[in-house]
Design a protein around this ligand. Structure first.
Ligand code: NAP
Length: 453
């Protein structure tokens, strides 16, 4: 079932039966057949359609934001912000795609060659609920410009986002055999990957889903891009305005109610400013992040995406406290039908506790004290994940030096949890493999063909 439940109220709004195996097979056949004509269109024509899609996303921003608020509790203004970057992504690949796909001449020993940049076929996308439109955009915009076709399985709590995206692409001129939404279940994904007509898969989601999809892709010799979880470190070296540092770091962690893969989840603060930081953060969290209706633009703390998500995060907090962590703010699952959890600050988390190494996908801050710069780098790298990281301080060269020693796919200085269309995004270690966005994002499912002239 694809089930739409409003996480702010617990109200069940809509249920959609999963596609049957025959329907899934028919959808695979559709995008497989569509590939032969879509790839033959001139890249300028595909780019024009993708550019039109950007316009339609912008026009329908309010509608899409309202859907996300209803489906997964995103605060309405954050939903509008999400569509802003979606528009940027479609525009980026529409504008830059043709140049990124230009032939690359190569002088080689004894002659000349050219590298052509073409598509590989029909792809499967498996997408999460946390950024229902943005995650799809990162995969779909470059691949449509490149000439691949797409079958998209969205998260089972986001059926309306899935349909709204499909409608926009259709209205922009993407043929129905070049992009198709399918209400498949995750149990159907393995045999979809075994189907010869699917040439690659992109999954954004949890580590567990990544393990399963990577195994199946490997078994079937398919290319896989995996954008998985993270527990990003945020290192504070020093500050000339602690209130502002606290405000900005809290804002980055609390974006999307803490449910961002690249949110800073572990705050690592040098010993001489640690107490000021923790006191300021605990106060900020308790005073500012008060629960409310996510449809109200004034609300600061919306619900998590589902009651089960809120229960899971509350359970992680409870376990951390039982194992010896100190609760400095919040910590309570807010009673009522909605999926609300207080914004929470925990300190004194040690390596023997579950919270030290796992991803906490909700409004929870873990704050660590580091003795010095080297200790901060050690703690930052002592994680199974390697998605993003950030380094904060007044000395840019020092911050950059620290950034270079962090094991992560992306490091930001004096900001955290961001993403932009022209900057590659992705992780190392258990955060996945491959890159989306920027020039790298169009290369993952590309056939870089060498032609020796
Ligand atoms: P999820 O439970 O793994 O679901 C993601 C997608 O995978 C959904 O469409 C889901 O389908 C499907 N799925 C689940 N298990 C599967 C399996 N065994 N085989 C095939 N497909 C499967 O993840 P989520 O809870 O929606 O998203 C949160 C996670 O995504 C977090 O860990 C977050 O850090 C990560 N994330 C990473 C990035 C990044 O760029 N690195 C970005 C955003 C989110 P159903 O909905 O039908 O179960």
């Amino acid at each position: 079932m694809y089930t739409l439940t409003n996480p702010a109220t617990g109200e069940l709004i809509e249920e959609i039966t999963n596609a049957t195996d025959d329907e899934v097979r028919a959808a695979i056949e559709r995008v497989h057949r569509g590939y032969s004509s879509w790839r033959r269109r001139p890249v300028s024509q595909r780019a024009k359609i993708v550019s039109r899609a950007a316009e339609l996303f912008a026009e329908r921003a309010d509608e899409l934001a309202a859907i996300m608020t209803l489906e997964m509790g995103k605060r309405i203004n954050e939903g509008r912000g999400e569509i802003g970057i979606v528009v940027d992504i479609f525009n980026y690949y529409a504008d830059n795609g043709p140049a990124l796909l230009a032939d690359e001449p190569l002088s080689i020993k004894g002659g000349e060659a050219v590298i052509t940049k073409g598509p590989i076929g029909a792809l499967l996308g498996v997408m999460p609920w946390n950024f229902p439109v943005y995650q799809v955009a990162r995969f779909v915009a470059p691949n449509l410009v490149l000439g691949n076709t797409i079958l998209l399985k969205h998260a089972s709590i986001c059926p309306r986002s899935a349909l709204a995206i499909e409608q926009i692409l259709r209205d922009a001129g993407v043929p129905e055999d070049a992009y198709a939404n399918i209400f498949a279940s995750s149990r159907q994904v393995p045999w979809m990957l075994a189907d010869e007509r699917i040439r690659g898969v992109s999954l954004t989601g949890s580590e567990q889903a990544g393990i399963s999809v990577a195994a199946e892709a490997g078994r079937n010799l398919k290319k896989a891009v995996l954008e998985l979880g993270g527990s990003d470190p945020l290192i504070v070296l020093d500050s000339d305005d602690m209130d502002e540092t606290v405000r900005l770091t809290a804002t980055s962690r609390m974006r999307n109610c803490g449910q961002s893969c690249n949110a800073p989840k572990r705050m690592i603060v040098l010993a001489d400013i640690y107490d000021d930081f923790v006191d300021g953060l605990a106060k900020r969290v308790a005073d500012y992040y008060l629960p409310g209706d996510p449809a109200d633009p004034a609300t600061k703390l919306g619900p998590l995406a589902s009651a089960s998500a809120a229960d899971e995060v509350a359970g992680q907090v409870e376990t951390a406290i039982q194992q010896g962590a100190t609760l400095r703010a919040g910590g309570r699952r807010i009673e009522g039908p909605g999926a609300y959890l207080e914004a929470t600050v925990l300190t004194d988390v040690t390596p023997d506790m579950a919270a030290y190494a796992e991803e906490i996908f909700g409004p929870v801050f873990l704050v660590f004290r580091a003795e010095d710069e080297d200790d901060a780098i050690r703690i930052a790298n002592d994680s199974p994940f390697g998605l993003g990281a950030s380094v904060w301080g007044t000395d840019r060269e020092r911050a950059r030096r620290v950034a270079e020693q962090i094991e992560a796919g992306m490091v930001y200085l004096n900001s955290a949890g961001g993403s932009q269309a022209d900057l590659p995004f992705g992780g190392i270690k258990r955060s996945g493999m491959g890159r989306e966005l920027g020039p790298a994002g169009i290369e993952e499912f590309m056939n870089k063909k060498s032609i020796r002239l």
